[in-house]
Design a protein around this ligand. Structure first.
Ligand SMILES: Cc1ncc(COP(=O)(O)O)c(C=O)c1O
Ligand SMILES: N[C@@H](CCOP(=O)(O)O)C(=O)O
Length: 462
């Protein structure tokens, strides 16, 4: 398997080089030359596999034996050894038409742990066997940063710098990142929003001299390995539901940077028969507007009760557009140039019809999000975090009578008590979260100014 850029100007390369490249050197995103297709018989075989075994099967189609099987296996088992659920991502049945896939049993209580605990092991492995210097640079609206830091803290040969928007992440998210005192971790708290943080890091990755000189590596979903690791739980959820009779299976995904739902799109292309892929967003509803109107137009940032999804510029939209344009890198580059020049992309006609066939989408208002949390607590004694609540609202909007919907629970409610408290519900924090409130914090507050951020990075990476 080789990997190329959505923009067509990067020579094809293997798995490890793709991981190391992160953002493609031509400013695009790396994708496999050909997506492997899993036959229905093979899928049936996979039904009996554990999460870890499924992970190994899926990755074997992508890694070209660049990592010996036993090494990969060890990384996978180590990555999920510290999850609080033996199934890694257990499926919780709410009622006959709704399941919740709990993706929050990792060390930082959010779905990002699933891919990032593995990426921590992978980067550590690459540092050892290839002698590569690993200087991670990432942007976060709260969860990616916490999971990535946890995945690599204290690891030899690795340094990590994470930019988060100052005072725009939840208190628990901030504490998870900033109470880590390992010397290989730097937290920059940027006066701005997540889009501002992501824009700076993308500019730095696109500056090939800077990227090369400081050995910058990506942990955000611009890195294809993040997307691939996230496909595993789509397969796992689908196969765990077992025989749903004649019912079709939908998946509802709280969405922001479009990485998680793109993993579902990839799983579908690999042959997983998902019925509807449902995009759930909050009031930053750029993705809903795209699915409803064909216009993708970032702008009008709003702070909401689901802050991790307060995102306007969705990184992986480019990967989807590439497939929508039938893998035509020239056309894709024209669309992206149009986005840079006009601030929007519009698709119509047959392309727009395909978008509407690929996704359903709902932007959930703040009050509706709180109402859903209250309703599920009252009716099912099941406490949702505000991101998951958006996913449930979208299930309620799009789930059909002959369908079962799996909604992804992307975070534990304890991470977002600011919103939960507004519903009047009092929750108990898990011990590792309570402990954070007693620990000293380490972060540097910086202006939203690229030059100031670069100075911090130069001093840190050396
Ligand atoms: C809790 C939570 N839910 C949903 C999302 C949205 O996921 P994605 O950015 O992959 O669309 C995020 C952040 O990305 C998140 O942290
Ligand atoms: N919500 C995310 C935003 C970054 O998304 P990523 O999937 O590209 O890492 C976060 O928690 O930081």
């Amino acid at each position: 398997m080789e990997y190329i850029s959505t923009r067509g100007n990067v020579e094809a390369r293997g798995f490890i080089d793709t991981v190391l490249m992160g953002l493609a050197d031509d400013g695009g995103l790396m994708v496999p030359v050909q997506i492997p297709v899993i036959s229905p018989d093979m899928l049936e075989e996979w039904r009996k596999l554990s999460f870890q075994e499924l992970f190994l099967e899926i990755f074997s189609h992508y890694t070209n034996d660049e990592i010996p099987y036993d090494d990969l296996k060890e990384m996978v088992y180590t990555s999920y050894g510290n999850f609080r659920a033996p199934e890694v991502t257990p499926l919780h049945k709410v009622n006959d038409s709704l399941y919740v896939l709990e993706l929050f049993h990792g060390p930082t209580f959010a779905f990002k742990d699933v891919a990032l605990q593995f990426m921590g092991e992978l980067y550590s492995y690459i540092a050892k066997v290839r002698g590569e210097i690993i200087h991670i640079l990432g942007a976060t609206s709260g969860d990616t940063g916490a999971a990535a830091i946890q995945g690599v803290r204290g690891k030899e040969g690795i340094k990590i710098c994470i930019l988060h928007p100052h005072n725009k992440v939840s208190k628990v998210q901030e504490l998870q990142m900033t109470t880590v005192d390992d010397s290989n971790v730097l937290n920059l708290s940027v006066e701005g929003n997540f889009d501002d943080c992501q824009k700076v890091i993308k500019e730095l990755f696109a500056d090939l001299d800077f990227k090369g000189k400081y050995h910058l590596r990506a942990i955000n979903s611009i890195n294809f390995v993040r997307i691939l690791a996230q496909t595993v739980y789509y397969f796992y959820a689908y196969l765990q539901i077992g025989n749903s009779g004649s019912k079709k299976i939908n998946i509802s995904v709280p969405s922001g940077n479009f990485g998680n739902i793109f993993s579902g799109f990839l799983a579908q292309k690999m042959g997983l028969p998902i019925n509807k892929l449902i995009i759930a967003t909050n009031e930053n509803n750029i993705l809903e507007r795209f699915v409803l109107t064909g216009e993708y137009k970032p702008g009008g940032f709003t702070s909401t009760y689901s802050p991790s999804m307060d995102i306007q510029v969705a990184s992986n939209f480019e990967r989807y557009l590439y497939y929508l344009l039938d893998e035509d890198a020239v056309k894709l580059s024209e669309y992206m140039a149009g986005l840079a020049a006009d601030g929007k992309i519009t698709v119509d006609g047959e392309l727009f019809a395909r978008v509407q066939a690929d996704f359903a989408a709902l932007g959930v208002k703040n009050q509706q999000c709180l109402d859903i949390i209250g309703k599920y607590q009252q009716e099912y004694s099941y406490l949702l975090d505000p991101h998951t609540a958006c996913g449930i609202a979208a299930y309620e909007a799009f789930g059909g009578p002959d369908e079962v919907t799996v909604t992804f629970a992307t975070a534990h409610p304890a991470k977002f008590d600011e919103a939960i408290a507004l519903t009047g519900i009092k929750q108990e924090f898990p011990a590792p979260i309570s402990a954070l409130f007693e620990m000293p914090q380490h972060m540097t507050v910086v202006e939203h100014d690229k030059a100031a951020i670069v100075r911090e990075l130069q001093a840190f990476y050396g």
